[in-house]
Design a protein around this ligand. Structure first.
Ligand code: SF4
Length: 240
């Protein structure tokens, strides 16, 4: 059976590549090498999640490196901090090391679980992996593991494997925190708007009821009461 070195970025993303490479007849070995993950406790959580995934799927796991200090990692980007551009520089050393290790240990090919994520720059990963393969004479196996996106999520939840909230680097962590704050503020604004609308409608209804009660004509009172009931029903029907 041909042996393949599968670079793994985290536990959840590794599941479908392992399953489907096996389906194709490959014998995968996982390789956790991700110095881009910050802070250190997050790196440890993802490493442990990968150990858990490897144990559950009974796949050998190689590990290398440790998390770089966030400042050191950002300096390694030489000022390229824009999401997308910096990601290429983040994929590069991981693909280079995986390709080199595949050659060192006599694997028939290598690939990466980064090709599973819908949040990654898929084509850039494939380009960097192909370049790394060419440089050291390894064989890169391209697969679009995104096909099994939902199955992978379901499986990681079923196995109870830790699912991270940001891509990895300190910059992506800040982006995720900003996004969370914006989402929270938007939801709070929507809630306040709905409460104000309800209060306004209740006040209008109260005024209508007062007008009905104060009207001297009995028939007019009944007609106004019907209108008030109808408008109350209409307003209920339009509320989200
Ligand atoms: S967002 Fe993710 S892929 Fe991009 S640089 Fe940060 S850790 Fe790397």
């Amino acid at each position: 059976m041909p042996r393949i070195l599968l670079h793994v970025c985290c536990g959840p993303c590794s599941l479908m590549p392992i399953v489907h490479l096996r389906d194709e007849g490959w014998e995968p070995t996982a390789f956790f090498f991700n110095p881009n993950i910050h802070p250190e406790n997050e790196w440890l959580k993802r490493r442990d999640a990968m150990r858990e995934a490897a144990m559950r799927l009974n796949v050998p796991l190689l590990e290398e490196g440790s998390p770089l200090n966030p400042g050191q990692w950002v300096r390694s980007l030489h000022g390229v901090v824009l999401q997308g551009a910096r990601c290429r520089l983040c994929y590069r050393p991981r693909m280079e090391r995986t390709a080199a290790l595949a050659v060192e240990q006599g694997f028939d090919a290598f690939t990466t679980s980064l090709l599973y994520s819908r949040y990654q720059h898929h084509e850039t990963i494939a380009e960097e992996a192909a370049k790394a393969a060419q440089t050291c004479g390894a064989t890169f196996l391209y697969r679009d593991f995104r096909t099994w996106w939902w199955e992978g999520i379901a499986m990681s939840k079923e196995l109870g494997i830790y699912r991270q909230k940001w891509c990895g680097c300190i910059l992506s962590m800040k982006d995720a925190l900003t996004q969370q704050k914006e989402d929270k503020a938007r939801k709070a604004a929507q809630k306040a708007e709905r409460a104000a609308r309800l209060a306004k409608e209740e006040e209008e209804l109260r005024l209508k009821k007062e007008a009905v009660a104060a009207h001297p004509n009995k028939r007019a009172r009944k007609a106004l009461a019907r209108q008030a009931a109808q408008s109350a029903a209409n307003s209920k029907g339009t509320l989200p």
